[in-house]
Design a protein around this ligand. Structure first.
Ligand code: CP
Ligand code: NVA
Length: 320
């Protein structure tokens, strides 16, 4: 029997376009199953080990719920207990966890920790957010964009040329979403203060990976950035680990708040997205997040469906 190839999700481009299309097909099917109350125990007896070095609500609950709904279980371990690279080496954590669980999900600071876990684990490793990337978020976001803009379509071609305007910081969420947009032939526009824009090394590496230099643009004026966008996205101005910079960032990003005034410059049908948690009154107003253009809760729900499909894919398990 051929041994199954070990696969990880460290960055969004670890999945080919065809594999992303497959994950989305399974996510659409399992989302329908859940809505119809159809039981599926494709992950019976499977265990996901989850390591959290940073706080989480959506990632923790959506991964755990995904495992339970599919008949499996998830174990949630606080980073301090494990002491990745401190109490013991990342290599040893990877090797030992691989003997206990079927897949590892990790939320950490240094992206290198995720890479090291993936290098030394003998089970799939999923990046549940690092300082550099949040691939699970980006996968669920693009699934949500297609669901909203093209509800009748089940391939990825319809997304080609769709422009996402990300008004805010060049953080982990922006980096993964920009990369995925480039990977799928979409356009990504970042609008924020110059000092918080993507650096050249990131732009260079995306251009090299996706083979397109024009997929990511930076536009300083937020009105200009959203003018032709099909989707408007924002996230916190200070990510986890940047708490000491919060005050400085609050001032710098003030002109980039997503509010009714900014939305007036965007196409009327463009939905607003946010990965959450949101800082109401900072990066976006109550009026916007609670308003008719907000799809943030669909986006949050889709984390569950897309991650369930992702685990099925990484474990090589058929969904039905
Ligand atoms: N969007 C997201 O990853 O949320 P949590 O930080 O609550 O997991
Ligand atoms: N950019 C945010 C995302 C939280 C889901 C952070 O890293 O804190």
């Amino acid at each position: 029997m051929m041994e199954k190839e070990l696969r990880h999700l460290v960055n969004v481009t670890d999945l080919s376009i065809d594999e992303i299309a497959h994950v989305y097909r399974v996510a659409t099917a399992t989302k329908k199953q859940i809505a119809q109350g159809v039981h599926n125990d494709a992950l019976a007896d499977r265990v996901l080990g989850m390591i959290f070095e940073k706080p989480s609500m959506r990632t923790r609950v959506s991964f755990q719920a995904a495992m339970i709904q599919a008949g499996g279980q998830a174990i949630d371990i606080r980073g301090k207990e494990i002491g990745l690279g401190k109490r013991e080496s990342v290599k040893d954590v990877a090797r030992v966890m691989s003997r206990y669980v079927d897949a590892i999900m990790v939320r950490t600071f240094a992206h290198r920790n995720v890479e090291l876990l993936a290098r030394h684990a003998t089970v799939p490793v999923i990046n549940g957010l690092s300082d550099d990337a949040h691939p699970c978020q980006a996968l669920a976001d693009v699934f949500t964009i297609r669901e909203r803009l093209f509800p009748e379509r089940d391939e990825l071609d319809c997304l080609q040329g769709v422009t996402v305007a990300f008004v805010g910081d060049s953080n982990n969420v922006a980096r993964s979403l920009a990369t995925l947009c480039g990977w799928l032939g979409m356009n990504f526009v970042l609008s924020g203060p110059d000092e918080y824009a993507f650096d050249d090394a990131f732009l260079e590496s995306v251009a090299e990976t996706v083979g397109d230099r024009s997929a990511i643009r930076m536009v300083r004026d937020p009105r200009e950035a959203v003018a032709d966008a099909q989707v408007i996205y924002t996230d916190t101005w200070a990510s986890m680990g940047q708490e000491s910079e919060a005050e400085v960032r609050r001032k710098a990003f003030q002109p980039y708040q997503v509010n009714a005034d900014l939305l007036a410059s965007a196409p009327a049908e463009a939905p607003v997205m946010h990965c959450l948690p949101a800082h109401r009154g900072e990066e976006l107003t109550d009026e916007v997040i609670d308003g008719p253009r907000s799809i943030v809760y669909d986006q949050a729900e889709n984390r569950l469906h897309v991650q369930k499909a992702l685990i099925l894919f990484l474990l090589g398990v058929e969904a039905d």
